[in-house]
Design a protein around this ligand. Sequence first.
Ligand code: SAM
Length: 277
Amino acid sequence: MTEIKSMKLYTHVQRIYRELGELGKTIEDPLDVDELSAFDQLHYHGTDALDVAMALLGADAGQRWLEIGSGLGGPARYIAARSGTHVTALELQRDQHEVACSLTARCGLNNRVEHVCGDFMQYNREPGSFDAIVSWLALYHIPERARLLEKCHRLLKPGGRFYTEDLTARGDIDEAQRALLERDLYAITLPHITEYRKDLENAGFEVEMCQSMSSDWAEFVRVRLAAFRRDRARHLRVHGEAAVTALTDFYSAVNRHFQSGKLGGLRLCASKLGTAR
Ligand SMILES: C[S@@+](CC[C@H](N)C(=O)[O-])C[C@H]1O[C@@H](n2cnc3c(N)ncnc32)[C@H](O)[C@@H]1O
């Protein structure tokens, strides 16, 4: 069974401290959310993608959101800082969770961002606890899609909103590429866009928007790899050989999968209907 750390984006999580060191920050200096956003967004198009979600969902200070798979806490901090929304940031991997907690404290956002370490599939809160559940590039890691969406439905208030950017399959993927997708991206659940939408409807959601991001992201990951390779000498100086090799491997693998035409992605927004069908 593949483990999540087979995805090389998730090794060397301390590298963000090296980037902050480059900005002249010590490990204890206070931070501003905007200083971090070049390094703490583990999805495509950084905070621009978050602006899309906040506008669609009408983020404001009276709301409580849950982010599933919050990584280093970048999205949660940005949303909380910009809109005043209270965000519960749920992250599976303890090392990422710990870095996230320390960065949030340094940003003075402990009152608006609650970090929780754990698996969403084991996470319990009162039904109707959240106005919105959001997730960037995390749900494809999680098995048992029907139970996952049922849990989201239960945790949302009536009329609550669900927003995700997630990976999807395109065309037929053979066993060999599936195995590589699992190793390189820890891709456990990779439906086609039409199935993704149907899964939401079956769980009792009304899909408001479902947009393919496949071509856009294929270009994004191509440019990201080229930029990383171009600046290799700088990255070696800052992060060392092991971290640079891991990230080069990761960016190359993601690029290969997107350029193969078999990997795609979506941006989807839905709202909770009364009960699951
Ligand atoms: C690609 S990262 C994205 C992090 C963050 N959403 C962002 O955009 O910066 C996906 C994260 O989902 C987390 N994750 C995967 N499965 C999870 C689960 N079952 N429960 C909570 N978090 C999970 C991973 O550990 C990883 O940190």
